[in-house]
Design a protein around this ligand. Structure first.
Ligand code: TRP
Length: 332
């Protein structure tokens, strides 16, 4: 069976961009693949994290993933920092990737690549991401459009390592969904929906109440043309609403556009579709969040399962590189 791996940052409960752009597809993938999903808490430290909030956000992200439909019977759900092989393999991959390759990553450039005070971890971020993927021999990595370049680098690094040290890693394929690969911010529709930047009005959280959803969609930026057309370049705001409605109802946004004359009725239907989409997630979340200990147990079991796979790959990579292998029974 092919292996799937993906990860999400622990920025608390998921937002609609995480859900429609990635996680909803993971729920389908877990049934047809051997699937590993991780909350990438180590990655989150590339930006400042409040130590009093990080653990709670990690747990909330896991609860969000479970509420979205990940099932611990069907997939391995774990927290990145619980599996020590991740930062260990990342070092080997930092020594495989080049300065020039990492410097060219657009995410690095966008998040402050020319600042002296940007964390070094933001620069090496793609090597850690490559480790996340390669440790599990993942064939398929379902990610949003913005992660394509990181995936491409992962492939380059895996192939280079294999070439230098002999066949060690599976070279993975990116799997970017064609619908809603990019859910944009409602206030700045040329920017991806994200919790860490911009106005809270631009992001819909999967736990937003129907009133929140209605308020945010009503205030969503459109344009002055007054005509509903799907054209992400000249009409990013309206096109984003069409993408959302299309994604929520599993329809093509161009076909959706044909049914609407004015922005008001489009927005009304977007609200209705999103409220309907989120309701079952919110019901599951209410049950899950009543018992955080159960979530911690799911994550502990997930980490144990993940570690068996990851440790074996790390061992293979260490041996291939030529490191002195510690005697049997030695646990670092
Ligand atoms: N970089 C990804 C993001 O920001 C998160 C991530 C980390 C990831 N490791 C991964 C995604 C491994 C897929 C596979 O969305």
């Amino acid at each position: 069976m092919t292996r799937v791996l993906s990860g999400v940052q622990p920025s608390g409960v998921l937002h609609l961009g995480n859900y429609l752009g990635a996680v909803r597809g993971w729920v389908t993938d877990q049934r047809s693949h051997e699937a590993f999903f991780c909350v990438v808490d180590l990655h989150s430290l590339t930006l400042d994290q409040d130590p009093r909030l990080l653990a709670g956000r990690t747990l909330d992200a896991a609860a969000g993933l479970l509420a979205a439909g990940l099932d611990p019977e069907d997939c391995t759900l774990f927290v990145q920092s619980h599996v020590a092989a991740h930062p260990r393999l990342a070092w080997l991959l930092e020594c495989t990737a080049t300065f020039g390759e990492l410097r060219r990553m657009t995410q690095f450039k966008d998040k402050g690549g020319n600042s002296e005070t940007v964390r070094a971890g933001l620069f090496t971020y793609p090597a850690l991401m490559a480790a996340d993927i390669l440790l599990y021999d993942a064939d398929r990595v379902p990610v949003g459009d913005d992660q394509r370049q990181h995936l491409e680098l992962t492939r380059t690094v895996a192939a280079r390592f294999n070439h230098r040290y002999g066949q060690t890693f599976v070279v993975p394929e990116a799997a970017v969904p064609d619908v809603a690969a990019r859910v944009m911010d409602l206030q700045e529709p040329t920017r991806k929906m994200s919790k860490s930047v911009g106005s809270p009005l631009g992001t819909i959280d999967i736990l937003d109440t129907p009133d929140d959803v209605a308020r945010k969609v009503r205030k969503a930026v459109t344009d002055t043309e007054g005509q509903v057309r799907y054209d992400p370049v000249t009409k990013p705001g309206v096109s984003n609403l069409l993408d959302l409605l299309g994604a929520a109802r599993c329809e093509d946004p161009i076909a959706v556009a044909a049914r609407y004359g004015d922005y008001g009725s489009l927005k009304r239907d977007v609200v209705e579709a999103l409220v309907e989409l989120l309701q079952p997630l919110q019901e599951r979340y209410a049950v899950l969040s009543a018992d955080p200990y159960q979530i911690e147990q799911i994550l502990a079991a997930g980490a144990a399962r993940a570690a068996t796979v990851a440790d074996a790959t790390l061992d293979r990579a260490m041996r291939a590189t030529g490191f002195l292998v510690p005697p049997k029974g030695f646990a670092p």
